[in-house]
Design a protein. Structure first.
Lengths: 320, 301
């Protein structure tokens, strides 16, 4: 579906970036606790939306997203600490951007590595294989001494701020909408909706699955980089499969394939545990019940499928 | 040489536990064509049932070690088969006609629910499983030790597999199970009640997991609510390695994975143990997705 003005999305993106830049000038006035939650919300939006490309749009089921995030976090931190980012200098933003992209590329190379064997698998097998890959990545990092092994990696400069996180959120959302309206997007949806039929009409399903994996992994890597440069200390246990499950829950609750739904659920599921701090030990129990109940009663997700707001409908026009 | 022989004994003992869990995966996959992610957590519940029941049963039956052990295993099997039936009824049955992904996500949900529900109820810290089998040495020669523990584990696993073989190949219910695993539609046209068969399969699979849990916990006595994840995943890998849907394959796969794991731990490093087992899964799926003994199925439109 074409927008009336083909340049409109670009204008939106520009406006969003300007807005992020503007807001980030005032970030120091924010309560640091709220600021931290706002940053986590942005990072989770990137993680959930990137998983949504794999799980929602291309219909593959990945349980190893935290592994890609770990690779991005470690790769970008290695680059930024070895370059010794001088805080506040003119070069800092460019070096940081370079480090983030390097992290993203490393993650997407691993996505390629995962994607290629996984093309032959579907559903359950794919889920367990990606889970296994995530664990393999974690075990390898745990045994690499120059990454700090199990002690973790510290001394990362704190560069991520409101502008970086939400700027990248805006770029990702812009790219996903662009992707949806492109040949690739249509290819993803065809693979998701009926793989055999897609293959029969000449779609190279393998290729589209790999592209989905690589793109999803790239942004997970970027999210990892942003996270590492916000918390300044990372260790392998932060990227275990519980993290992967959390991202999956965000996507499933929001509605697989629904871009807006996934963003809303990423926001809600980041705020909710903070608001319910007193009930922290119930968090995973609630998440798991949420998964079961949603699958039993509303498999399209809380916000996926039928939202009567016409704008949302058009944008998520994927559900043909 | 001595060390390898010792590793082989340990590997077969561990492998027969994996084989018992893998049989549950493979049977459920056989009739429903989906992987019961929660199977490893049913295994964990089995261990906790044993943990809480043993002191009680000990008081009831007193001194006889064998009797206490057998009763604990039977109780854990009964309770877990009930749990398996409930899981199937509540979470999987309503979704049977829905897309595969829906059941998969539900199964992940059930698995997480058991793990974290378990953490709430049993507490997250590891507990020491009571000693069911006294650690005696049956046989020792040139440094190779065969103790009662591994002998009992192997014997119990073997007996349970024989019983399972009898049920599946010699009884009417077993015939029904095999029929359902070929085709739901044809089986139900022949007058087989699919729901009953699926319930039975869940009951049997879960009770095998419970037996495996008691055996596992008496070899590795530290139990905690997340203990089911890795044995569950490895047993799944064993089932895939042997050819999912095939009973002999699951038993064979379990033994192979057990042996590989003990050899990696003994000769390479225990930190890489899990990573290597996962790489086996990836290689199998790449080279021969139907497994060692599985039959190939083309996907039909």
């Amino acid at each position: 579906m074409m927008s009336p003005n083909p340049h409109r999305p670009k204008l939106y993106l520009l406006a969003a970036l300007t807005l992020c830049g503007g807001i980030s000038y005032f970030q120091s006035y924010l309560n640091p606790y709220y600021y931290q939650i706002i940053i986590y919300i942005g990072i989770n939006i990137i993680l959930a939306s990137s998983l949504n490309i794999i799980n929602g749009l291309a219909g593959q089921f990945s349980l190893g997203h935290a592994g890609f995030m770990a690779i991005g976090a470690y790769a970008s931190s290695v680059i930024s600490t070895s370059l010794n980012l001088p805080p506040g200098s003119l070069w800092e933003p460019f070096l940081f951007l370079g480090a983030l992209i390097f992290g993203g590329i490393m993650a997407s190379l691993c996505g390629l590595l995962v994607g290629v064997p996984c093309l032959r698998l579907r559903g359950d097998y794919l889920a367990i294989t990606t889970l296994g890959f995530g664990e393999i990545i974690r075990v390898i990092i745990q045994n690499l001494d120059f990454l700090g092994a199990a002690r973790g990696f510290s001394g990362i400069t704190k560069v991520s701020n409101f502008f970086w996180v939400y700027g990248l959120v805006s770029i990702l959302i812009f790219l996903i909408y662009g992707l949806l309206n492109s040949t690739y997007g249509k290819g993803f949806l065809a693979v998701r909706d009926d793989e055999v039929a897609a293959e029969a009409i000449g779609i190279n399903t393998t290729y589209y699955k790999v592209v989905a994996f690589v793109t999803g992994a790239f942004f997970a890597g970027i999210a990892g980089g942003l996270y590492a440069h916000f918390v300044t200390y990372i260790n392998p246990s932060q990227f275990g499969f519980i993290k992967s499950f959390e991202i999956v829950v965000m996507v499933v609750v929001g509605g697989m394939g629904s871009i807006v739904g996934v963003i809303i659920s990423a926001v809600l599921l980041t705020i909710l545990p903070e608001a319910l701090r007193a009930m922290a030990q119930y968090r995973m129990v609630i998440y798991s019940l949420l998964l079961i109940v949603i699958m039993l009663s509303r498999p399209q997700g809380l916000f996926g499928g039928h939202i009567n707001w016409r704008r949302f409908r058009r944008n998520t026009g994927s559900r043909v | 040489m001595t060390e390898s022989l010792q590793q082989i004994i340990n590997g077969i003992s561990l492998g027969s536990i994996y084989a018992l869990i893998a049989l549950g995966y493979t049977m459920i996959y056989g009739v429903l064509r989906f992987i019961n992610f929660a199977h490893g957590d049913v295994f964990m519940i089995g261990a906790f049932v044993g943990f809480y029941l043993t002191p009680f049963i000990h008081r009831m039956f007193g001194g006889s070690v064998i009797l206490v052990g057998v009763v604990v295993v039977l109780c854990a099997m009964a309770i877990c088969s009930l749990l398996g039936i409930i899981i199937e009824k509540v979470a999987y049955r309503p979704l049977r006609s829905r897309p595969k992904l829906t059941i998969l996500i539900t199964a992940i949900g059930v698995s997480l629910f058991l793990e974290y529900g378990g953490q709430l109820i049993f507490g997250p810290d590891p507990k020491l499983f009571p000693t069911l089998i006294p650690s005696l040495t049956v046989f020792e020669s040139q440094g190779v030790i065969l103790n009662v523990n591994s002998l009992i584990v192997m014997a119990t696993a073997f007996i349970l597999m024989l019983i399972l073989r009898f049920i599946v190949f010699k009884t009417k219910m077993g015939t029904a199970m095999r029929a359902v695993s070929y085709s739901h539609q044809a089986a139900s046209l022949m007058g087989i009640n699919i729901d009953t068969v699926v319930t039975t399969v869940f009951a049997i699979g879960s009770s095998l997991a419970a037996a495996a849990a008691i055996l596992y916990a008496s070899v590795y006595p530290s139990i905690n609510p997340l203990m089911g994840i890795f044995p569950g995943l490895k047993a799944f890998i064993a089932a895939v390695l042997g050819g999912i849907g095939n009973l002999y394959g699951a038993a064979l796969g379990g033994l192979i994975i057990g042996l590989i794991e003990t050899f990696v731990t003994g000769y390479i490093s225990s930190t890489y143990r899990d990573a290597i087992v996962f790489s086996i899964l990836i290689f199998i799926l790449l080279l021969k997705p139907s497994g060692i003994m599985g039959r190939f199925e083309a996907e039909k439109v």
